[in-house]
Ligand binder design. Structure first.
Ligand SMILES: *[C@@H]1O[C@H](CO)[C@@H](O)[C@H](O)[C@H]1NC(C)=O
Length: 256
């Protein structure tokens, strides 16, 4: 993986340095035959898309050459439109395929960070993921209770609540951040959830995916039907038991 990335980066810099197309062809994979010239923007957009579709995993930092590009995307209208489009699909799903029973066991799960609350103001000061994660500093930001709501998430949240579906928030944040998290969520308009599930001592060292799947398992054992999950990380959406549908919000600043 690392070698492959290095090779691609090498190719990008060759093209950017203006090396002629025939040299590029020698290195380029077979089947294209057109001497495809790629720009840094092409390279970074393809990096971003491959993060979103979960081909590119476990990255520690956004590649140095894409920091500016990812920063632009995460603060763009496009990012908002992409998020809105994803959540529009939730609304569609809720309107078409739902046979709610009214027995109080219909449930929906939201992730918190960069799903309900936006940490973009924090990452703006940390190269949009181009800097290695400093948990102390990130938790300092979380304690500050200053994260804004993602507007389209707030409206979906209220729509789901209005249908009488029980909302559970399953977050990678630790229990020590409970007060700060509740305050921040309330402050920007999220109220009326049934459960806010945070990492306790017993969850220490578990991967995000395993931890979240275990919490869903508990809900299923309590008789809940999980109709949907909204999250910005694949670790919120994958694993057993799964929801009837999952919805992925864009986020290429980090992998958790
Ligand atoms: C991480 O952040 C804390 C708090 O801002 C800071 O004191 C510390 O030096 C940082 N650590 C690293 C390795 O940068």
């Amino acid at each position: 993986m690392r070698m492959h990335l290095a090779l691609v980066l090498g190719l990008v810099s060759l093209v950017l340095d203006g090396v002629c197309a025939s040299d590029w062809n020698i290195l380029h994979h077979k089947g294209d035959g057109k001497g495809l010239k790629i720009s840094l923007k092409n390279y970074c957009e393809s990096w971003r898309v491959n993060v979103e579709v979960h081909n590119l995993r476990d990255f520690e930092v956004v590649p140095h050459e894409c920091v500016e590009y990812i920063g632009k995307y995460m603060t763009s209208t496009q990012y908002k439109v992409d998020s809105e489009r994803a959540l529009e699909q939730c609304t569609l799903y809720l309107s078409q395929e739902f046979g709610l029973t009214g027995d109080g066991k219909d449930a929906w799960i939201f992730d918190v960070d960069d799903t309900l609350l936006s940490n973009i103001p924090y990452y703006k000061k940390h190269q949009y993921g181009g800097e290695k994660l400093n948990l102390t500093s990130l938790e300092g930001w979380m304690r500050g209770r200053k994260a804004p709501a993602l507007a389209s998430s707030l409206s979906l949240y209220n729509e789901i609540k209005g249908k009488g579906i029980k909302i559970f928030l399953i977050s990678n944040r630790g229990e020590h951040l409970r007060d700060a998290t509740v305050d921040n969520l309330f402050e920007v308009g999220y109220t009326g959830w049934t459960g806010l599930i945070l990492r306790g001592d017993e969850d220490c060292g578990k991967s995000a995916q395993k931890y979240k799947a275990e919490k869903r398992q508990k809900l299923v054992e309590e008789g809940y039907r999980i109709w949907g999950i909204v999250g910005d990380q694949w670790s919120s959406l994958l694993g057993h038991p799964h929801a009837t549908r999952t919805f992925k919000l864009p986020n290429s600043m980090y992998y958790a």
